[in-house]
Design a protein around this ligand. Structure first.
Ligand SMILES: Nc1ncnc2c1ncn2[C@@H]1O[C@H](COP(=O)(O)OP(=O)(O)OP(=O)(O)O)[C@@H](O)[C@H]1O
Ligand SMILES: [Mg+2]
Length: 252
């Protein structure tokens, strides 16, 4: 049976899609079968990050409403043996998906894939509650800003409330020089505030920004330090997160 991992955040634009797409790539590189599922109804962008935007015909809502079969909505990323995308609808006018439909769909996908990675919406609202309903574990992405950290605390509280104990934090867009000035919170301080295992530290790097715009996930540059870092993050996320100490000394 496969495992469902949801990637979320308190704030928009902190890097959920970058982390979800690259997690999919590093797991596919390790010969796992993976489906990436975008749950950002009306604001999907996993398809763009993967360079698959021209191949989306059917979406998640088409699957759960019976307009198409699951396989028709699964777009294979031909760069990998076993990496697929299921898009969210770009229009908000389609019928809303229910929690029961999402859980049932993930049960089906778990029979086919080793990992189902959900690119979930941001913010501690009902959309997130629904998006994490099938999740076995959750990755919460944050950035080194006190406002983002506070929003991450709200997400942690929501996840705790719905009984998701397997969760970790990825701190993205770190600027090491700025961190050294002591004027912005550093990874140790963030880990201490959040008291959640840290599965990854990712620096701000313009190559990541470029990769999302050209539709080539940065982890495909296998020899780069970022790809190496992402492989380590992938390993920590799929290992038993409970084993990570909250102040895990992750490298980047
Ligand atoms: N470590 C990084 N270094 C440089 N740019 C980054 C980094 N991580 C993400 N970005 C850029 O930040 C922007 C937001 O990233 P992304 O789309 O992954 O965030 P998101 O949390 O999914 O956003 P949304 O809430 O809109 O879905 C993108 O332009 C992306 O290229
Ligand atoms: Mg996104």
């Amino acid at each position: 049976m496969g495992e469902v991992i949801a990637v979320t955040s308190g704030k928009d634009g902190v890097g959920k899609t970058v982390i979800a797409s690259n997690l999919g790539v590093v797991l596919a590189q390790r010969k796992h079968s993976v489906v990436l599922m975008d749950l950002n109804v009306g604001s999907r962008n996993l398809d763009i990050s993967l360079g698959l935007e021209n191949r989306v015909v059917y979406d998640l809502v088409d699957v759960v409403t019976g307009v198409c079969r699951i396989k028709q909505a699964m777009i294979r990323d031909r760069r990998f043996r076993d990496l697929y995308l299921i898009s969210a609808p770009q229009s908000r006018n389609k019928a809303p998906i229910t929690e029961e439909q999402l859980v049932a769909l993930c049960q089906e996908l778990k029979k086919i894939f080793d990992f189902i990675i959900i690119d979930a919406p941001a913010g501690a609202g009902s959309a997130l509650k629904q998006a994490v309903s099938p999740a076995d574990s959750v990755v919460v992405v944050t950035v080194p800003e006190y406002s983002a950290i506070r929003d991450t605390e709200s997400i942690n509280a929501l996840l705790e409330g719905v009984g998701i104990t397997r969760r970790s934090v990825v701190i993205n867009k770190i600027m090491p020089e700025l961190h050294q000035t002591g004027l912005v919170p550093g990874p140790e301080e963030i880990a201490e505030i959040l008291r959640t295992p840290v599965s990854g530290l990712i620096p701000y790097d313009q190559n990541i920004h470029i990769s999302t715009n050209v539709g080539i996930p940065i982890a495909t540059a296998q020899e780069s330090y970022i790809a190496k870092n992402l492989r380590g993050i992938g390993e920590r996320i799929i290992s038993k997160i409970d084993d990570l100490a909250p102040d895990a000394n992750v490298q980047y």
